[in-house]
Design a protein around this ligand. Sequence first.
Ligand SMILES: [Zn+2]
Ligand SMILES: [Zn+2]
Length: 128
Amino acid sequence: MTEKTSDVRTGGCLCGAVRYEAAGETVFAIQCYCRDCQHISGGGHAPQFAVKRDTVAKSGPLKTYCLKSDAGNDVEFGFCGDCGSPIYKTSSQAPELIFLFAGSLNDPTGFAVGTKVYEDRRQPWDTS
Ligand SMILES: [Zn+2]
Ligand SMILES: [Zn+2]
């Protein structure tokens, strides 16, 4: 939660049509096991990091899907309209932030696993 980095991070989708650049510091990182993140990732959880929304520049054929989280927040999920890769998520709970999915980074090797949240939703086969 206290890890901060000012590195400019770049990322995008599988087909390369969506690109982003995150110039701001990581505010915090989470590894989320909620059912929404299971659907979004197609796996057991979604590692993601939050940065200030106004520090992220995005381009390409992004599509969005809006939903209500279990906690009642309005969540916007952004993904590539061509290849479907998950890119980001925003929530009315923290409107100044944008959550970028760690797997979308051009260089995901430097990602530090964040706080694990919604662990009560973790699937028994998800061992990480
Ligand atoms: Zn794509
Ligand atoms: Zn989640």
